[in-house]
Design a protein around this ligand. Structure first.
Ligand SMILES: Nc1ncnc2c1ncn2[C@@H]1O[C@H](COP(=O)(O)OP(=O)(O)OP(=O)(O)O)[C@@H](O)[C@H]1O
Ligand SMILES: Nc1ncnc2c1ncn2[C@@H]1O[C@H](COP(=O)(O)OP(=O)(O)OP(=O)(O)O)[C@@H](O)[C@H]1O
Ligand SMILES: [Mg+2]
Ligand SMILES: [Mg+2]
Lengths: 249, 249
């Protein structure tokens, strides 16, 4: 089972959008996929069509052997969800001393080829749990100045976790998101990030595409909401690249 | 002294962009303004031209009487900054039990007409300190589905803080950001939010405008980087509306 964490402490860079749509294309290609929503905002949960959920990953962290009881289905075959609930907001304080709570939850889980974890925009205990549980990280990088500035700090944190909590942690890659090729800023960010991180950067680049931000209000991943859109095509390519890299871990 | 917190737990909605550019136009109109960067990402700090800063708001929280020693200038007259530093990331744990640390810092501060606080994308101890210290809140709302979904939860948190930690807390207003009038989504979000929150919503709407995302890489607020842009015009109008509302508190 591959456990892929979608992390970046910078807010609004496309973590949830990447988690949902990457997972959907992996599932559509026949993999058994579980999305875990570890963000108290519960955007991945609502983007996959679940509102007002009362049981989810918070409960599973308390009773790991019952995790499968809290998993729900989605509109996409082969795609399941372990939802976020409001009490997850309190978990940050409770998890401060147990960085392996999420890893222990996965130790007892079976039946999935890939687990995709959506993390909140912070480097607090919830994200530390993701870094300690994942064997691969996918880092969405918005083609903007502040997002680029924050990436070095994130990589330092990943190095520290690899040196301590999780020696098996690898960065699967960096994916450029919300890319608008008509702006110099986006072109500069791409040039800068490829020069700096080389092969770590996926060739697939996700363009800014309104269909990606409309899809959540229809509770469908983009492969179902607007399969011919540029956003859908980008996530389909990304899923293929991810599977190539995941095989090599 | 008016203390305005720029808050929203949703990431990437324009908190930092609003903090910097609103502050710049208030300062340009003759008000003495202090921006306080309470986000460990330190985007407001770098957006105002300060990198590699080693002393700032974290130090001031520890030695409130020396706050003015840590304040730095900016390229804009009448605009000062209390910067974020990397050790602020550790403050979240330290501040969990002291929700009034920031309020106590401001109690000893003088010489400013308006303080603008940039908060991180979470409802953790740093943001709680902002809610406990501010007398007015300005909520940037990105014209997107997930951002709209999260606003009800934020308002509940504000009500709880008003009922407990800070009875004087008022919502100054909600400002719609990154508005692209060519998309149905943005029009629907605006219609929805004005129907729901009425006069709380500022008439000034900040359009999506590339000059706003270019300005930070030039370490200048938008009134200096691109004063004729649509983004600059929107923040100038917003500053005028804010001053009208602030007089009434
Ligand atoms: N490529 C894209 N084109 C257009 N809109 C996008 C794209 N990717 C994401 N969005 C929209 O931008 C907003 C931010 O994306 P998203 O919520 O996925 O980011 P996030 O990193 O998960 O945010 P947070 O830090 O709050 O968790 C959302 O409203 C989403 O619908
Ligand atoms: N109106 C706008 N038009 C175009 N780009 C914008 C606009 N407002 C903000 N941006 C850009 O969008 C990104 C997100 O904005 P910003 O960083 O201000 O949001 P934030 O809420 O402070 O994010 P975080 O949650 O990470 O603190 C930044 O790269 C910024 O330059
Ligand atoms: Mg998210
Ligand atoms: Mg910010």
């Amino acid at each position: 089972m591959r456990i892929v964490g979608i992390v970046n402490q910078k807010g609004g860079v496309g973590k949830t959008t990447t988690a949902i749509n990457l997972a959907a294309y992996l599932a559509a290609s026949g993999k058994q996929v579980l999305v875990v929503d570890l963000d108290p905002q519960a955007n991945a949960t609502s983007g996959l069509g679940h509102r007002g959920v009362t049981r989810g990953v918070y409960d599973a962290l308390g009773e790991p052997t019952r995790t499968q009881d809290f998993v729900v289905g989605t509109s996409q075959d082969n795609l399941s969800l372990l939802p976020a609930t409001p009490d997850l907001a309190g978990a940050a304080v409770e998890l401060a001393d147990t960085p392996y709570a999420l890893r222990d939850l996965f130790a007892g889980l079976a039946g999935y080829d890939v687990v995709i974890i959506d993390a909140p925009p912070s480097l607090g205990p919830l994200t530390v749990n993701v870094l300690a549980a994942a064997n691969a990280l996918l880092i969405p990088l918005q083609a903007e100045y502040y997002a680029l500035e924050g990436i070095a700090g994130l990589m330092d944190t990943v190095d520290r976790v690899r040196a301590g909590l999780n020696p098996a942690l690898r960065v699967l890659g960096i994916v450029i998101t919300m890319f608008d090729g008509r702006t110099n800023l986006a072109l500069q960010v791409e040039e800068n990030v490829r020069a700096h991180f080389g092969e770590l950067v996926f060739w697939s680049v996700v363009p800014r595409n309104i269909r990606l931000s409309e899809a959540p209000s229809h509770a469908r991943p983009v492969n179902q909401y607007s399969p011919l859109s540029s956003g859908a095509a980008a996530y389909k390519r990304l899923a293929e690249e991810v599977m190539q890299r995941v095989q090599k871990i």
